[in-house]
Design a protein around this ligand. Structure first.
Ligand code: HPA
Ligand code: ZN
Length: 323
């Protein structure tokens, strides 16, 4: 497909090709027992196992240089998919343990790697991890506040949505907002419509990671549509993790039809055996998405991107149909 793509929801560590993680493990003599299947793919059967395997894979990413190399590998993968702009979730917890000085070095390594690839533009969303708790989240928020700027443009939260409430993290989100960062959080992937209400009400985010379970609450669907709160939808991730049994039952098209602004992303593509092109192919297959819809969804993503006006204009121009 020739339409350029904009991806708003991608975890940098979760986008690591398994061979890249295995290579680092070999270099460092780290035993990654249990992380891979015999065929070399990541091994997990449910969301909690996914989170454990994810964190185990991260143990081989031990310094800024590793994250620089990871960024190059991930962006090259995205370029191959026709992605011209990507926002990656970056976690200070995996990059120096929340220490601001260490984080700065990791961030510079990623920023430098991205700057070497002119085919794609990257921004970082600093992400706290919900199951590490609100105190640890504050260290991520401080890293975000201290490095907010051209490259770090957002703050968000991932991890186990069933731990605590969104509001437990309000202090960190307030700090990030005051530092000028734009906000998103994972909600309504596992925690139902109530978790999305919490995200909107208690964290005042302008985008929602996943948000798909909003479909179960018509008043919430209306609210998202009315306030144009953008969903970062990752259908392949939802199907792979069993949030929905299959593509046919995924609510993305019903949400879109009800006027909710939806965008399409891959979340952790090698974990879920997906690519952004495959996501659009399957949206075409199951919901009849054609070029016009795909272009419109990417325009929605460009308008919702956490970037400066000049970059947004460039993205919107790239999305104009050739005349
Ligand atoms: N959900 C929540 N947290 C995550 C995910 C996800 O899909 N991927 C990486 N961290
Ligand atoms: Zn995610």
């Amino acid at each position: 497909m020739s339409i350029p793509k904009i991806e708003l929801h991608l975890h940098i560590e979760g986008a690591a090709p398994p061979a890249f993680i295995r290579g680092l493990a070999q270099e460092k003599g780290t035993n990654l027992e249990g992380v891979f299947n015999k065929d070399g793919s990541y091994r997990f059967e449910n969301f909690n196992q996914f989170l454990s395997v994810y964190e185990a894979a991260c143990t081989v990413l031990t310094g800024p240089d590793d994250f620089g190399r990871l960024t190059t590998a991930v962006l090259e993968q995205s370029i191959e998919q026709g992605v011209i702009y990507t926002e990656a979730f970056l976690s200070p917890d995996f990059c120096g343990g929340g220490d601001v000085g260490a984080w700065r070095e990791y961030m510079h390594a990623m920023q430098e790697a991205a700057a070497k690839l002119p085919q794609i533009e990257m921004r970082g969303i600093i992400t706290c991890i919900r199951h590490f708790g609100p105190d640890q989240a504050k260290t991520a928020a401080i890293c975000a506040r201290e490095t907010a700027g051209e490259f770090i443009t957002g703050f968000g939260m991932g991890g186990d949505e069933m731990q605590g409430t969104q509001g437990d993290f309000a202090y960190s989100f307030d700090m990030a907002r005051e530092a000028g960062l734009r906000l998103t959080t994972h909600a309504g992937e596992w925690g139902g419509a109530e978790s999305v209400w919490q995200a909107v009400r208690d964290l005042k985010v302008e985008r929602i990671g996943h948000g798909v379970q909003a479909i179960d609450d018509p008043a919430l669907v209306d609210h998202l549509a009315e306030h144009q709160i953008v969903l970062e939808v990752c259908p392949g991730s939802n199907v792979a993790l069993g949030v929905y049994a299959d593509w046919r039952s995924h609510p993305i098209e019903r949400l879109r039809e009800r006027g909710v602004p939806v965008t399409v992303s891959t979340d952790d593509p090698p974990f879920f055996h997906t690519t952004l092109s495959e996501e659009y192919d399957l949206l075409g297959h199951h919901f009849g998405w054609e070029e016009e819809t795909i272009r419109a969804v990417n325009v929605t993503a460009a308008n919702a991107a956490f970037c400066d006006a000049a970059t947004r204009d460039k993205l919107l121009k790239a999305l104009e149909p050739a005349s």
